[in-house]
Design a protein around this ligand. Structure first.
Ligand SMILES: Cc1cc2nc3c(=O)[nH]c(=O)nc-3n(C[C@H](O)[C@H](O)[C@H](O)COP(=O)(O)OP(=O)(O)OC[C@H]3O[C@@H](n4cnc5c(N)ncnc54)[C@H](O)[C@@H]3O)c2cc1C
Length: 402
């Protein structure tokens, strides 16, 4: 019987363990803390956003800033439909929310924790808590895993130790000869310390378009103004896809915001001019256009050099131009970031060129497999990170037993 040591008892570790044990292997999970699956437990605000209803691989792949080519091959083996079917086959039904995120119908992450633990238990997976693996020593006929004072001999190793914000978190794998893509933060909100916009905290715009000046990166979606700057799906997406660029520019950049993403500049202008001619005696601040929140509308008016009490017939051409610009391309200076607490993810990790996406086996050292966030793969918020963990965990578990 093949003996497999798994380093890390998170989502990827459990999924790998269950599928390796199902194929007849003797499996031990080494978990350095006193609890397994802690991230699953806190994920999705305690509800666990298990995956995303992106059933076509081409759609699914658009949500991974790093690792697309690798995942393209991996998703052929196990994708969203397989995740849904697997959980359902174990009695956990998933539901889809309006934005595509999928959660257990119980709305409780404990359901996911319980099913993973119970499946691992049924398949005879041994779990060693408070057992940090400190070193992996390759031998002619397997590996020695150094755990605390003892060294355990295994035939194969699956590494599922998760992401690390520090390069030192990957030293053990560098020692095996693996390249590490330097860890950098992904999924953060933008700080705008010098901007008056942050005086409007709590305002949400349903469909803004945000572009990063100097790049081709732009995303649409809800945008939230916070006490420190801007957040919301459009900003988080931009932070993930622009993670490297923003890191290289020390989080100093200009973001261009179009408050109504679906409108062209000309359409905005025509609406402003039409309103001016149809309602010459109305106050500019009285009736927000484009369904923008009142406080934001007043702010845009002020930025365009107008007073809310000004009536439309007295608005000059220059002021119309300025208002059009502030609606179509509001320039916001970003200086710094805040990690998005809901779903903190590290970009970077074990370089993908040294791992076979069809098996998750190291191309450097046979018998070593990787899965989950330890790899240089990351998704945006919405269930994509767990989907990558299920897929890579499944493949590593299955292929390590053959
Ligand atoms: C607050 C929060 C909410 C999130 N919500 C979601 C969500 O709803 N949907 C989504 O898709 N993603 C979410 N994510 C991201 C998601 O949780 C991760 O992508 C996913 O957990 C990665 O799984 P993993 O098994 O690779 O790593 P982890 O879950 O990090 O597990 C790694 C395990 O390895 C252990 N370990 C590390 N080193 C060693 C060692 N040397 N020896 C032994 N054990 C070791 C760690 O203690 C840990 O238990 C969230 C993240 C956070 C922080």
């Amino acid at each position: 019987m093949i003996k497999i040591g798994i380093i890390g008892g998170g989502a990827a570790g459990f999924f790998a363990a269950i599928h390796a044990a199902e194929n007849g292997a003797e499996v031990i999970i080494y978990e350095k803390t006193s609890k397994t699956l802690s991230k699953v437990k806190v994920s999705g605000g305690g509800r666990c956003n298990v995956t995303h209803a992106a059933f076509q691989t081409s759609h699914l792949l658009k949500n991974y800033p790093r690792g697309v080519n690798f995942l393209k091959k991996a998703f052929r083996e196990f994708q969203v439909r397989d995740t849904v079917e697997w959980f359902e086959s174990k009695g956990v039904k998933l539901k889809t929310e309006e934005d595509g995120r999928m959660f257990p119908v119980s709305n409780d992450s404990q359901t996911i924790v319980d099913v993973l633990r119970s499946e691992a238990d049924k398949k005879g997976v041994r779990i060693e808590l408070k057992s940090a693996v400190k070193k992996i020593e390759p031998k002619d006929d397997g590996f020695l895993l150094f755990v605390g004072q003892k060294a355990e001999k295994v035939d194969r190793v699956i590494i599922t130790s998760g992401g690390s914000p520090k390069q030192e978190g990957y030293t053990m794998y560098q020692d095996l000869g693996h390249d590490i893509a330097a860890p950098i933060p992904s999924l953060f909100t933008f700080n705008t310390p010098g901007e008056s916009l942050k005086n409007l905290p709590g305002i949400t715009v349903p469909n803004a378009h945000v572009r990063l000046e100097g790049t081709k990166l732009s995303y649409e979606g809800p945008l939230l103004i916070t006490h420190w700057g801007v957040s919301g799906p459009a900003v988080l997406k931009l932070s993930a896809f622009g993670a490297q660029w923003l890191h290289d520019h020390n989080y100093n950049a200009n973001a261009h915001i179009r408050w109504v993403s679906e409108l062209k500049e000309e359409e905005i202008r025509n609406t402003l001019l039409k309103y001016k001619s149809n309602h010459p005696k109305r106050k500019v601040g009285g009736y927000p256009l484009f369904e923008l929140p009142k406080r934001l509308w007043e702010h845009l008016i002020e930025k365009s050099g107008m007073n809310s009490d000004l009536v439309w017939m007295n608005v000059s051409k220059k002021q119309i131009n300025s208002l059009e610009q502030h609606i179509f391309c509001y320039i916001l200076h970003v200086n710094g970031k805040i990690t998005f607490k809901e779903e903190f993810v590290t970009a970077g990790g074990v370089s993908l060129k040294e791992v076979n996406p069809k098996t998750m086996e190291s191309r450097i050292l046979k018998g070593v497999y990787f899965a989950g966030e330890v790899l240089d793969i990351d998704g945006i918020t919405g269930g994509f990170n767990f989907q990558a963990a299920w897929t890579t965990g499944y493949i590593a578990g299955k292929s390590s037993t053959t």
